[in-house]
Design a protein around this ligand. Structure first.
Ligand SMILES: [Zn+2]
Length: 76
């Protein structure tokens, strides 16, 4: 479910900059716990690739897709 308030701003992909996990809000599940992610750890973007680039630029530990909402990009 997309959220239109900051820091989400209606964008589709969410990078948790603390963990490197990338979520697809159009495919969000309860197990994603999006509302528990600290706001200062959130980076929103229009594509998975942009989130990945951002994660690598910020030396995130293990950038990859969420097991629940982006399983095709999940690398564990
Ligand atoms: Zn997710």
């Amino acid at each position: 479910m997309r959220r239109h308030e900051p820091p989400f701003n209606g964008k589709r992909f969410l990078l948790n900059q603390n963990t490197g996990e990338i979520h697809d809000l159009d495919n969000e599940t309860d197990s994603c716990h999006i509302d528990k992610i600290e706001k200062e750890h959130i980076h929103m973007d229009d594509s998975y690739m942009n989130c990945l680039i951002r994660a690598k630029a910020n030396n995130c530990p293990n950038p990859n897709g969420c097991f629940y909402c982006l399983p095709t990009k999940d690398k564990g």
